[in-house]
Design a protein around this ligand. Sequence first.
Ligand code: MG
Length: 388
Amino acid sequence: MSTFATKNVAVLGSTGSIGTNALEVISSSDGQLQTIALSAHAKLDRLVAQARRVKPRWIVATDQVAAQNYDWASLPPETKLLVGDAGLQQVVECPDVDIVLAGIVGSAGLRSTWKALEAQKTVALANKETLVMGGQLIVQLAKECNAHIMPIDSEHSAIFQALQGGRVQEVERIVLTASGGPFRGTSPEELLQVTVSDALDHPTWDMGPKITVDSATMMNKALEIIEARWLFGVPAEQIEVVIHPQSIVHSLVEFIDGSVIAQMSSPDMKLPIQYALCHPHRQPCVVNRIDWSNPMHFDFEPPDPERFPALELGYQCARSGGTSGAVLNAANEAAVAAFLEGKIHFTEIVSACRSVLEEHLFIASPSLEELISCDDWARNEISRWVCA
Ligand code: MG
């Protein structure tokens, strides 16, 4: 087994799907990884239960009002409570923190990731919204601060691993795989009848509700195109999407000589989390291994752009950069929330995003503040669109 100096990990968004998987990875690392901090927004019972188990130095409750009204009596004595964005900032800036696992869902995770990069931390990034919103700025910041971003998104972890098969200038294209979600074979007419529970029933991945809906619309893949564009510095024209329903091949890199290198494993987020936290080392397997003793087959098919119009929006934003990713991301978050509340129809999620994207005043080189105000603006536009 490859050993390395113990790494202290701050798990931001610890009560979510990525956070709970991360804690499992850390607890099975034989002490190589240690949890130094946990953070959660509103699921404070779960946060305290985690703190009692892993005894971190800090927990951060980011919802200040919820934190004030909560009874913290059962918090272990060795754990200190911090509150709000200031608490997150204190954690990510602490010299004892080696890796910040950015698992806070949505655009709420942007500021803490920004602060972590400024503090020269390695950021294990599960929050794709950060790169979708501010990819250009974030990648530049990481470079200036000599901080590293390790992708946790399974496709981007696969690409990161496959890229080690050649040099960046030898890449012909990146091929992102997509499960196709539950509606891969659904006709456009049938899509009009889709309910919330249909959309939350994902065939291969077990994830939170927002990302499960994103997978059904394929907006998730659209956001991943933008994420890949910034993370790997590859233009939109060199990024392709292919549907692979088995979710075993997590993505592929094609080099100029025609060789295609893929990363394969069971669909389980614990592996990309472990890879990001332990890189450049590999640690013993924490997921089910692929069973080669049974027959199996892999399918690949191009996505139907009419069934999945979100993909074109992803390419559009990957090409134009600037504020467009922030607008698409926020519009989609608001539209998915409206869908989950029963306010709009499934097929209206992407239409609403397109219309907000068309209306927005594009800025080519935005500041962080401008990105955040575009995010606010897009959410308001979605509210107006829902009410109209
Ligand atoms: Mg993914």
